[in-house]
Design a binder for this molecule. Structure first.
Ligand SMILES: [Fe+2]
Length: 387
């Protein structure tokens, strides 16, 4: 497999065993004392051990921070800041799924600032308060193909006080280098391959549907969906297929590149439910996907027509896309309703109100009211499509 070298949207190395280039990437980035931010379940794997050994042999001073879980919290970012400062680190190497990459980027932004994390919430020009010279460089190595956080300029962090997720943003949070190495993803179990892969689909799909004008992002989104259509079922059934794993990593980076155009109600609801129930973000998007599509269907006619042609679906237009999404979810054994994830209707009003306020809501094709969010939530809860 050829090693490719890309510069959009950041510097990206793609290919089998691309992670063996990490030391030279550190040298290019002038990182001598990297803090590894790694999912604790990965820290002892052979792949990570060889990466650490290579760094030691190159006389890099390393430490590992792994005191966090899925849906990382503000408190966990604080602990990471302490580890960064105590170890006098000069860069972050974030390895793992979305949680590792998001918390790694947040630590890089905030560890050396005088402001606290929440002061960089993605509201107005908050990010301009940061001293950009104090933001540490980040090298990102995703081990799942879903979040695309490796090419994003934001992190999603849970505020445990108000039980919501907040988006932390700064343009310099974009990793300086990304390494897409399919060998790091082969051990991902099938159910997580499905959930993360469908998160990547939700990014491409919501970005494509979002009404703002960005033809480049739109073009990336439809090709991202084509790759997912071709390769997600293969990666799900044969996790060792390196071609499928590579293409899914690329589709995932494409999704996050595309969603600079906007997200929508899938993510508005998934953020809300993820913060309240601590459920997997990709799985929530996967379950919510057809219900949100149905809520937006009257505004998507022309776009779905084009998409169905590009994806060469059996049926044209919105119905063709919906049928494909439902079929793919079924093939990947994704539950059809939120109730199957243990969610109930007791907090439906609060959930709808919180989703309405979520930053992702503004990218939805139409403005959904609180009542409409509540209706979508109830359809998804009960597994009934509003056709
Ligand atoms: Fe997502």
């Amino acid at each position: 497999m050829t090693l490719l070298h890309w510069h959009y949207p950041t510097e990206i190395l793609v290919g089998e065993n691309a992670s063996s280039q990490l030391v030279s990437v550190c040298q290019t980035s002038s990182i001598q004392r990297p803090l590894f931010v790694i999912d604790s379940s990965l820290a002892n794997t052979q792949a990570i051990q060889s990466i650490l050994t290579a760094c030691e042999e190159a006389s890099l001073t390393t430490d590992i921070f792994d005191s966090f879980e899925g849906n990382p919290t503000g408190e966990q970012v604080e602990s990471g800041n302490t580890a960064f400062l105590e170890g006098k680190h000069d860069g972050i190497i974030a390895i793992g799924g979305g949680s590792s990459l998001d918390i790694g980027k947040a630590i890089a932004l905030v560890a050396q600032q005088k402001q606290s994390l929440w002061e960089f919430e993605d509201i107005g020009d908050n990010w301009k308060q940061a001293d950009s010279t104090l933001i540490a460089p980040v090298i990102a190595l995703p081990t799942t193909a879903g979040t695309g956080s490796e090419v994003g300029r934001a992190s999603v962090i849970t505020d445990t006080q108000s039980q919501c997720k907040r988006i932390i943003f700064h343009p310099k949070m974009l990793p300086t280098h990304v390494i897409l190495d399919p060998t790091l993803t082969v051990d991902l179990p099938a159910h997580l391959t499905a959930a993360t892969g469908l998160d990547a689909l939700s990014h491409n799909l919501e970005a494509y549907c979002s009404p703002s004008y960005h033809p480049m992002a739109e073009a990336i989104a439809i090709e991202g969906m084509r790759l997912i259509k071709l390769y997600l079922p293969i990666a799900y059934t044969d996790g060792t297929n390196l071609q499928a794993r590579t293409q899914m990593l690329i589709a995932s980076s494409m999704g996050a590149t595309a969603f600079q155009k906007g997200l929508g109600a899938m993510h508005a609801l998934a953020h809300t439910l993820g913060a309240r129930y601590n459920l997997h973000h990709g799985l929530l998007n996967a379950v919510l996907m057809p219900y949100v599509l149905c809520a937006n269907r009257h505004y998507l006619h022309e776009k779905m027509q084009r998409l169905s042609h590009y994806l060469e679906l059996e049926k044209e237009g919105f119905d063709g896309v919906l049928e494909w999404v439902l079929g793919l979810r079924k093939q990947l054994h994704v539950p059809h309703s939120l109730s199957e994830l243990g969610i109930n209707n007791q907090e439906q009003e609060v959930i709808a109100s919180q989703a309405l306020k979520d930053a992702a809501a503004s990218g939805n094709p139409i403005h959904l009211s609180q009542e409409q969010y509540q209706a979508v939530f109830n359809f998804a809860l009960n597994g009934k499509l509003d056709l």
